[in-house]
Design a protein. Structure first.
Ligand SMILES: Cc1cc2nc3c(=O)[nH]c(=O)nc-3n(C[C@H](O)[C@H](O)[C@H](O)COP(=O)(O)OP(=O)(O)OC[C@H]3O[C@@H](n4cnc5c(N)ncnc54)[C@H](O)[C@@H]3O)c2cc1C
Length: 231
C-alpha cells in the first residue's frame, strides 16, 4: 500500500516490473515464432527447392530474425537497467521511460511477427493442429493487459513531464550513439520537434513512442552488430 493520494505512483512501481516481464516474454514469444518458421521452411520443398533456400523466403526469415534480435537486445538492456537502478541513478532514469516504451513497441510487433511466421507455414500454420494458431490468438493479449497501448503512451508522457531527469537519461544514451550516426541523429531531431509543443503532446504520443522504441532498437543493433555500416 502506498500513501493516501499516491495511488498511481505506487501501482506504477509494481506495473514497472510486470511490464518488464512482458518485454522479456515478447522477446521469447518472437523467438518461438521465428523457430517455428525456420523449422518449417528448412524442411519443406516447394517449386523443387527447400523453402528456406528461396530468396523471397530468406527475406522474410531475415526480417523475423532482425525483429527478434532487436526485441531481445532491448529486453536485455532493460534488464541491465533494472539490475543497476538501485545504485546507479542513470540506469534508474533509463529504466523509467524505457520500460513503457519497450512494452508498447514489443506488444505492437508480436501480432505482426505472428502473422508473418504463420505465413511461412502456409495452410499448415493456419489450422489448429499447428502451434501457430494458438500463438496468433495469444499475440495481442500483452498489448491489452498491464497497460493498453494508449495508456502506456500516457505513462511515457507522464515520465517526460514529471521525471524529466529520467527521460533525459534515455535521450543522453541515444545522443551518445547518434554522434557517430546521421540516421539516428535525424530521428532524434524529429522526436524532439514532435515534443516541442506541449499543446500537441497527446496527438503525437504514439508516433513519439514508436520512434523512440525504434531508435533504441537501432542503437542497440548497431552497437552489437559485427560490422555496422551507417549511411
Ligand atoms: C485475459 C485477461 C486477463 C486479465 N487479467 C487481469 C488481472 O488479473 N487483474 C487485473 O486487474 N486486470 C486484468 N485484466 C484487465 C486488463 O488489465 C484490462 O482489460 C486492461 O487494463 C484494459 O482496460 P479496459 O479493459 O478497462 O479497457 P479501457 O480502459 O476501456 O480501454 C479501452 C481502449 O481505450 C484506450 N484508452 C483508455 N484510456 C485512454 C485515454 N485516456 N486516451 C486514449 N485512449 C485511451 C485503451 O488504450 C484501450 O485501447 C485482464 C484482461 C484480460 C483480457
Amino acid at each position: 500500500m502506498g500513501d493516501e493520494g499516491r495511488g498511481i505512483p505506487t501501482i506504477i512501481e509494481m506495473a514497472h516490473l510486470t511490464r518488464f516481464d512482458i518485454v522479456v516474454a515478447n522477446a521469447g514469444f518472437m523467438r518461438a515464432l521465428l523457430n517455428e518458421a525456420i523449422h518449417h521452411t528448412d524442411h519443406r520443398d516447394a517449386f523443387g527447392l527447400r523453402l528456406a533456400r528461396q530468396p523471397l523466403m530468406q527475406n522474410v526469415l531475415a526480417d523475423l530474425a532482425i525483429e527478434t534480435e532487436a526485441a531481445m537486445l532491448v529486453a536485455f538492456r532493460l534488464a541491465r537497467a533494472f539490475d543497476r537502478r538501485a545504485s546507479d541513478p542513470t540506469e534508474a532514469g533509463i529504466a523509467r521511460p524505457l520500460t513503457p516504451i519497450a512494452k508498447y513497441w514489443s506488444c505492437k510487433r508480436v501480432p505482426a511477427v505472428a502473422v508473418e511466421a504463420m505465413k511461412c507455414l502456409g495452410g499448415a500454420g493456419y489450422v489448429e493442429e499447428s502451434p501457430l494458431a494458438r500463438f496468433y490468438r495469444e499475440a495481442p493479449l500483452n498489448s491489452i493487459w498491464e497497460g493498453s497501448g494508449n495508456v502506456i503512451c500516457l505513462d511515457v508522457l507522464r515520465t517526460m513531464q514529471r521525471e524529466p531527469d529520467a527521460f533525459a537519461a534515455l535521450m543522453t544514451m541515444l545522443d551518445a550513439r547518434a554522434n557517430a550516426d546521421p540516421r539516428l541523429s535525424q530521428t532524434l531531431r524529429v522526436i524532439r520537434d514532435l515534443l516541442a509543443d506541449p499543446g500537441t503532446l497527446e496527438w503525437h504520443a504514439r508516433v513519439v513512442v514508436e520512434r523512440l522504441a525504434c531508435a533504441v532498437q537501432y542503437a542497440l543493433l548497431s552497437e552489437h552488430a559485427a560490422n555496422p555500416t551507417p549511411q
